[in-house]
Design a protein around this ligand. Structure first.
Ligand code: NAD
Length: 298
């Protein structure tokens, strides 16, 4: 298969990442089949793609797109709760929650319905691609395509080769990332690849410094922004991504590698157990994040 042969792309999961990925693909000109488990979630995803903070209408306001173009992009996205509708897709990107069991179950189902040449990419932040590939026959067509949040804005895509990923699959995925205006970087298949390992070391160390009384939450965030030019501090980042997600990924990498540096800090666990899973997840029942529990002045 050549990059020109890819016309239709299936995106499984229309949450934070799947909706952003679908937006980028449709804007690039692809026909997108966007799958989730309820009509309500799909409706929310389409609203976000059109009118969200990183949505298409923002680009109209900035004069980068016309309303007519937005209409055409939206028409290229076909939302559905029936996963069988991806059967004619040339490429699939799964962006369901970070569970090896769920992702493998979905890949297995896709393996039985998709055409032989279709490539299966996973947006996982940490799970071994070789593990996900073990669920399907087409192991040479399974790859990691790790986008960053918010997908319409962030330029990086980490491309992860599993043990049996073919050169053809790798090259096509790199070309697809480039066609979407992104910069692909190659990663080895190891828990957390290299981008998630990097960010977890920062967030875990930030929490440990706070636990040991070395510095406060606000001071650490201020240091990251004003001292090192990060767009946000590690505590603000955890509040945005979700403390539950950080804990989950940290546990996965620690359990897989045994490396102490990835051991989740106890304070992070305590906050998650108490319902503080981040200030961006309040609609999902979160009581807030680091700043809400410890109340340092912002
Ligand atoms: N949030 C981030 O900052 C971020 C960044 C990079 C990568 N990721 C990775 O992307 C993936 C998705 O993360 P997210 O933050 O978008 O999660 P999310 O919870 O926002 O979205 C997941 C979506 O998948 C849907 N879903 C669940 N089961 C499904 C099924 N059987 N079929 C179809 N859809 C199903 C859910 O209803 C939900 O809408 C994870 O693997 C995560 O590690 C997340």
């Amino acid at each position: 298969m050549e990059i020109e042969d890819i016309k239709s792309i299936g995106v499984i999961g229309a949450g934070v990442m799947g909706s952003g990925i679908a937006q980028v693909l449709a804007r690039t000109g692809y026909h997108v089949v966007l799958v989730d488990i309820s009509e309500e979630l799909l409706k929310k995803a389409l609203e976000k793609i059109e009118k969200g903070p990183f949505g298409l209408m923002r680009l109209v306001e900035k004069g980068k797109l016309t309303e007519e173009e937005v209409k055409n992009i939206m028409e290229r996205i076909h939302p559905t709760i029936n996963i069988n509708e991806v059967e004619d897709c040339d490429f699939i990107i799964e962006a369901v929650p970070e569970s090896p069991e769920l992702k493998k179950e979905i890949f297995k189902k896709l393996d039985s319905i998709c055409k032989e040449e279709c490539i299966f990419a996973s947006n996982t932040s940490s799970i071994l691609i070789t593990d996900l590939a073990s669920a399907v026959e087409r192991k040479e067509k399974v790859i990691g395509m790790h986008w960053f949040n918010p997908a319409p804005v962030m330029k990086l895509i980490e491309v992860v080769r599993g043990a049996l990923t073919s050169d053809e699959t790798y090259n096509l995925t790199v070309r697809l990332a480039e066609k979407c205006g992104k910069t692909p970087v190659e990663a080895k298949d190891t828990p957390g690849f290299f981008t998630t390992r990097f960010i977890l070391i920062l967030t875990n160390e930030a929490v440990r410094m706070f636990e040991r009384g070395i510095a406060g939450i606000k001071e650490i965030d201020t240091m990251a922004k004003l001292g090192f030019g990060f767009p946000m501090g590690p505590f603000e980042l955890m509040d945005l991504v979700g403390l539950d997600t950080i804990l989950h990924i940290s546990n996965y990498i620690y359990n897989e590698t045994g490396e102490e540096i990835f051991k989740p800090p106890i304070t992070l666990k305590k906050l998650v157990l108490s319902g503080y899973i981040g200030n961006k997840k309040i609609k999902m029942g979160s009581k807030g994040g680091w700043y809400d529990y410890y109340k340092p002045e912002k």
